[in-house]
Design a binder for this molecule. Structure first.
Ligand code: ADP
Ligand code: MG
Length: 458
């Protein structure tokens, strides 16, 4: 980016910082405002930079509106003020997606574009292998992703990553893309969400550009589509994806797919697509364990460099069990809070600042968790929990899951029925009775149910 600073802007920026300091106070000024650098001033736009995305987001949320206001009071020509992340190892500043106004800004880092029309999703610079903490629940998926990124040939096709929300699927896909971009700049990598794929397809159909669409998606070396559960029920999109997928695999080009469920559990997808997606390597990211959560928190806390009292990270790891995204969010909140009030992070601060999150995590067992755990315990599909099949082999596990839903969640019988393929509340009631009876008469069955309960309460 061109440096077009002149002393006039520097003086103006110094004055604006003075105003900010008196408005927000010394502590906030030192933590958040002083580190901002004035990078670029053109006639009507100003670019500020900071060293981390974390700082950038915080400034955006809390100070940018005010900075912009002051600036336009000083100079009415200035229409946009934006904050970017600028580190010494990034050639281009990483812009945020939210802007005050749309501006013809420099592009963020993209996976190599494969055609003038294609605008692949920007890759997030934080989502690399280096920043991915591994543990039991994700080590297999991590190893598989690394294999795909490092292997000179296609090791398995496709790589299918699946797991619940916020467990690192997108992170691993971006990491693959970053690695290949760096190690093999000549290979074209295209990463996009399933939604975006559909959007591009609709556009191609509307503008009668199908030749171009096919050419674009079928000529890449590595195609990554995130969150394909989105294709459920969208037949035209599935059809086109199926052909794209086959064309790539036939040419021995790598395909990486992610979804929130395993191929066999994806709903609303054509059978041939589901089975095809399971042909390569299917890698499951399991829910986090306490150990993994603690390692992730330690790594993130180190990266932020915050002063954190002993026991705080352990408390967060023990109490926030939903997913990594929420864990990160919780840590960020306490760090922000502590920085603002200028105190260290203590257990009391955490309990105060995160009261709502901690409460929400108390009732952590969801019916979906129960269905998943029970299905895998009895070796049936999660979709059998919703299906109309009455065979004992699936009906019994389904009853167990209904029983546990009643025991472990605060959902009502009709609510539980709805989650099991729209069954009636009397069916749930019957299931609960049936399982209670069985537990009373069959010791080993009772033990099974008890084990499941303990696993779910974990
Ligand atoms: P998903 O795509 O599975 O919903 P994401 O990949 O978006 O989840 O992960 C959510 C957030 O948690 C991201 O900020 C990501 O960087 C972080 N995250 C997830 N797993 C890990 C991990 N093992 N180590 C470090 N960060 C992680
Ligand atoms: Mg994702």
């Amino acid at each position: 980016m061109a440096q077009t600073l002149d002393t006039g802007s520097d003086v103006l920026w110094a004055r604006i910082r003075g105003v900010l300091r008196s408005e927000f106070g010394d502590a906030a000024y030192r933590s958040w405002l002083k580190p901002i650098t004035l990078r670029d001033v053109s006639r009507n736009s100003v670019t500020l930079s900071v060293g981390t995305n974390f700082m950038r987001d915080w400034i955006q949320e809390h100070y940018l509106a005010r900075i912009r206001e002051i600036w336009s009071q000083e100079n009415a020509d200035v229409k946009t003020v934006e904050v970017v992340t600028f580190t010494s190892d990034s050639a281009e500043p990483q812009r945020t997606e939210t802007r005050l106004q749309p501006s013809p800004a420099a592009p963020a880092v993209h996976a190599r574009a494969v055609g003038p029309e294609s605008r692949p999703a920007p890759l997030d610079p934080r989502l690399t292998f280096d920043n991915f903490i591994t543990g039991k629940p994700n080590e297999f998926a991590y190893a598989a992703a690394q294999r795909v990124a490092e292997s000179p040939t296609v090791p398995f096709n496709p790589l299918f990553l699946h797991g619940g929300v916020g467990l690192g699927k997108t992170h691993l896909m971006h990491a693959i893309a970053w690695h290949i971009r760096k190690a093999h700049p000549d290979r074209s990598v295209l990463y996009l969400s399933a939604e975006k794929f559909m959007y591009e397809l609709i556009r191609a159909i509307r503008y009668k550009d199908m030749m171009d669409f096919k050419e674009r998606f079928r000529s890449v070396d590595v195609l990554m589509i995130d969150d394909v559960q989105f294709f459920g029920g969208k037949d035209t999109t599935q059809e086109e994806f199926f052909h794209t997928f086959n064309a790539l695999v036939d040419q021995n080009h790598q395909v990486v797919i992610s979804a929130d469920k395993s191929p066999s559990d994806l709903e609303g997808l054509e059978e041939r697509l589901r089975s095809r997606m399971g042909w390569g390597l299917v890698a499951d990211i399991h829910p986090t364990t306490y150990e993994l959560r603690l390692s992730i928190l330690q790594a993130k806390a180190d990266a932020i460099g915050a002063m954190i009292e002993g026991g705080v990270l352990e408390l967060l790891a023990r109490r926030i069990t939903s997913n990594v995204r929420e864990l990160e969010g919780a840590l960020n909140r306490v760090v922000y809070h502590a920085a603002l009030v200028g105190r260290d992070i203590t257990i009391e601060t955490v309990q105060e600042v995160l009261a709502d999150v901690l409460r929400a995590n108390e009732r952590k067992t969801s019916i979906e968790d129960i269905q998943k755990t029970v299905a895998s315990h009895f070796n049936v599909r999660v979709s059998d929990m919703h299906s109309a099949r009455r065979a004992r082999a699936v009906a019994r596990p389904r009853q167990v899951a209904m029983y546990l839903s009643k025991q472990l969640t605060s959902r009502s019988l009709p609510e539980i029925g709805r989650k099991f393929g729209g069954r009636d509340h009397t069916t749930v009631m019957h299931a609960v009775k049936k399982i209670e009876e069985l537990c009373a008469t069959d010791v080993s069955f009772a033990e099974d149910v008890e084990l499941l309960k303990r696993m779910l309460e974990r």
